[in-house]
Every structure is written in structure tokens, then in C-alpha cells.
Design a protein around this ligand. Structure first.
Ligand code: SF4
Length: 406
């Protein structure tokens, strides 16, 4: 049940595990794994005046002390998601493998809205899974030694809409009723969970090393971000990949973020609608991307799409104004005197303090893709089983998406 996904459910599961161990029945205890989104760590870091890595180490220590066995961050899954969507874009652009603009699919608030009210937009939506659901498949089928039904996997996410995503029928392991993500708790619910167990103040908490699923291949791996905004860096990564593949321009995502190498960045109408254009050496436009955050901008986008007047190649669509860092499940500051804008900016700055790591430079990631999916090419046949999804036009009723404003 969607309502069953809460910090209380996690607490109940850990209590049941403790009982099983106390009764000498360890085989009845589930392996509890928690995967945390970097936006959640960034908001908690801002709240407690810590770095993102300090926060991750302290949250990991607290969760492990309370019975969680493995604590991952979702960065490795985000990188797999980026690799696939960039290749999906090039396939659409060069081989007519689907319509353009390609619309990002990592935000369930937007996807749910499109399924319920704008089904004509669904063919444009990327079939690449979100980092949460790639994490789900990775954890249940590759990263843990137990069978999927013996693993209880929790994701900590910046919004409540991710609970809806985890509960989709499409995200059960093929041929089973086993969900890839059993429970999603919002960042604020993680705070409640820690407070319920006497761990509210992360400033006083001990630290432990991070669990890195790829550390057996690359011990230097730590928390990292993709270039771009806290919404995952889809626009920047796809732009750089396509510039290299289509025009042989040696661009990387960090240069796109900085507006270098022929990139022009323009704010249109409001701060939540950006156009990012690649100007080729001959002065013509090579690629025209946009980022549309918040429902006001999404409505403009889908209206243009319906009228056939949307001339972008790719649009990073996110339901929350300011993107994921401002998700409805994020903590709010104890002191609101500086205003919400300053708080969101501080959280975004915290997120951007993480080092940038390009997925293509991550040899460990490619090695895992080869071992897990059978091929480092994440668009190869077979990879879609865990990296792709599909969408469904739904009856037109009010969306359950919970995009919380200020
Ligand atoms: Fe969730 Fe908002 Fe991010 Fe969408 S933009 S995934 S609703 S936090």
C-alpha cells in the first residue's frame, strides 16, 4: 500500500528483525538496505551546518547503529540513467527511434501528470528509468547476496511522489510480485525517524565510511554529483554527449554548466525556464535544449507540444519550482527569517559543493554494467530489463502528485 511507505514502516521492519535475531531465527530477518538521494543529504547538510560527505557518513552511522545493513547513495544509478538517456537521445535524433523533443522522465510528479492529463505527450517521454528505480533493480538483483524477496529496500528521496513511482506495477521484478523499492521515505521523514530514535542532532553524531557499491573496483570513489542542477544534470550530460557524437565537438557536461564551448544559456520568462543552445562553429544552431521546472512552465511546454510548436530537441522537465532540491519532502529551515529563496539557494550550493564525476570516466560503473547487464553499452539488448520502463495513459482525475510550494 502506498500509505504503508513511511518511516514507521522502516522502524517496524527493524524491530521485527531485532525480534527474529533475539529469538535465534536470523533467517527470518530481512536484509535492510537504505539508498539515499544526494538532494536529501544536501538539505540535511545545510540544516546542520555540515558538508554533504560528513552528513552522509553520520546518517550512515546512525542507520547502521539502528539495524540497517547497507547504506548506498543513488549516484551510481543516476550515472547509469544518464548513460542510457544520452544514448536514447542520439538514437532518436539520428535513427528516428522516437519523436523529439525527448522529455526527461526522472520526475514522477511530471510523469504522473502527463499520464493523467496529457497522454499525447507520453511518446515524447524518455523510456529511461529514474535513478531511484535503477537503484531498486541494482540493489535487488546485483548488490546484495540474498534473494530479492529477502531484501527490504528503502529509498530516501526529496519528495513524496517517489512513493507513487516505487509502487508502480512496472517496477516489480520481472515475473514476480517483488518490488524493487519496498518503501520510500522523504528526507523530512528520515529526520523524524532519526529523532524517534534519539539521533536528531547530526552535529553530535559519529561518522563511518560510506558503503560504495563500486568500491571493490575503485576504492577512491566517494560522493559525487553530475554537472548541472540538483535535478540530476540530465540536460548538461545529454548536451555534451550529443555534441561529441553528432558534431564531434569535445564538450563535457561541466563546460555546458558553465556556458562554455559554444553553449548559450538564456533565462526565458522566469528563473525556472532556461534555454541552453549549442552554437556550431559556423554560427548555426546545433542543439536546442530547455529546462522547464514547476507546473506553470510544464503547462506552457505541453501546450506548445500539442500545437506542434515545441522546437526543442530535449527538455529537462521537473515538477517542483527550483527542481528536486525544493521537493515537497525536503526539510524546511528552523529559522524562516531569511526566506525560502535563501534556504533553497543554500541547499543548492551545498549540493554543488560535491565534486563532479562524469559517468563515462567511471570505469567501475562500466565494469558493473558489463557484469550486471552483460554489456557496458547500457542501450544494448538486455539492459532495458532494468534500465527502461513504459508509460500508461490513465483516467483523467486529479493527479496525486504533491508538489509543495511555499
Ligand atoms: Fe520529486 Fe519535485 Fe524532483 Fe519531481 S522535481 S522528482 S516532484 S522533488
Amino acid at each position: 500500500l502506498i500509505t504503508a511507505q513511511s518511516h514507521r514502516e522502516l522502524a517496524q521492519r527493524l524491530a521485527a528483525n531485532a525480534e527474529a535475531h533475539a529469538a535465534g531465527r536470523p533467517q527470518d530477518a530481512a536484509l535492510v538496505v537504505v539508498s539515499v538521494a544526494p538532494q536529501a543529504y544536501a538539505a540535511l547538510a545545510t540544516r546542520h551546518g555540515l558538508t554533504v560527505t560528513q552528513t552522509a557518513r553520520r546518517v550512515t552511522a546512525a542507520l547502521k547503529d539502528l539495524g540497517v545493513e547497507l547504506v548506498f547513495d543513488t549516484g551510481f544509478a543516476r550515472d547509469l540513467s544518464l548513460l542510457r538517456i544520452a544514448r536514447e537521445f542520439v538514437a532518436r535524433r539520428t535513427r528516428n527511434a522516437g519523436p523529439l523533443p525527448l522529455l526527461a522522465s526522472a520526475c514522477p510528479g511530471w510523469v504522473c501528470y502527463a499520464e493523467k492529463t496529457h497522454d499525447y505527450a507520453l511518446p515524447y517521454v524518455s523510456t529511461t528509468r529514474s535513478p531511484q528505480q535503477v537503484t531498486g533493480a541494482l540493489v535487488k538483483t546485483y548488490l546484495t547476496p540474498r534473494s530479492p524477496s529477502e531484501v527490504y529496500h528503502v529509498c530516501v528521496m526529496p519528495c513524496y511522489d517517489k512513493k507513487l513511482e516505487a509502487s508502480r506495477e512496472d517496477f516489480r521484478l520481472p515475473g514476480t510480485e517483488v518490488r524493487e523499492v519496498d518503501c520510500v521515505i522523504a528526507t523530512h521523514e528520515l529526520e523524524l525517524f532519526l529523532a524517534d530514535h534519539g539521533r536528531a542532532d547530526l552535529r553530535q553524531a559519529p561518522e563511518v565510511p560510506l558503503d560504495q557499491p563500486l568500491s571493490k573496483l575503485d576504492p577512491e570513489l566517494g560522493l559525487a554529483r553530475a554537472a548541472g542542477t540538483s535535478s540530476g544534470g540530465y540536460l548538461e550530460y545529454i548536451m555534451a554527449h550529443a555534441a561529441r557524437e553528432l558534431f564531434h565537438i569535445p564538450l563535457d557536461a561541466a563546460a555546458v554548466e558553465r556556458g562554455e564551448g559554444g553553449i548559450q544559456i538564456r533565462t526565458v520568462r522566469n528563473a525556472d525556464f532556461r534555454e541552453v543552445t549549442l552554437i556550431l562553429p559556423d554560427g548555426t544552431v546545433g542543439l536546442r535544449f530547455a529546462a522547464a521546472y514547476g507546473f506553470r512552465n510544464i503547462q506552457t511546454l505541453v501546450r506548445k507540444l500539442k500545437l506542434g510548436r515545441c522546437s526543442y530537441d530535449f527538455v529537462e522537465v521537473m515538477a517542483c519550482p527550483s527542481g528536486c532540491i525544493n521537493g515537497g519532502g525536503q526539510p524546511k529551515p528552523a529559522d524562516m527569517s531569511a526566506g525560502p529563496k535563501a534556504w533553497i539557494e543554500a541547499c543548492e550550493t551545498s549540493y554543488r559543493s560535491l565534486p563532479i564525476q562524469a559517468p563515462v570516466d567511471n570505469t567501475a560503473l562500466l565494469a558493473v554494467a558489463e557484469e550486471w547487464l552483460g554489456n557496458p553499452d547500457v542501450t544494448a539488448p538486455g539492459a532495458d530489463r532494468y534500465l527502461a520502463t513504459q508509460y500508461h495513459a490513465l483516467p483523467k482525475e486529479p493527479t496525486a502528485a504533491t508538489v509543495v510550494g511555499w
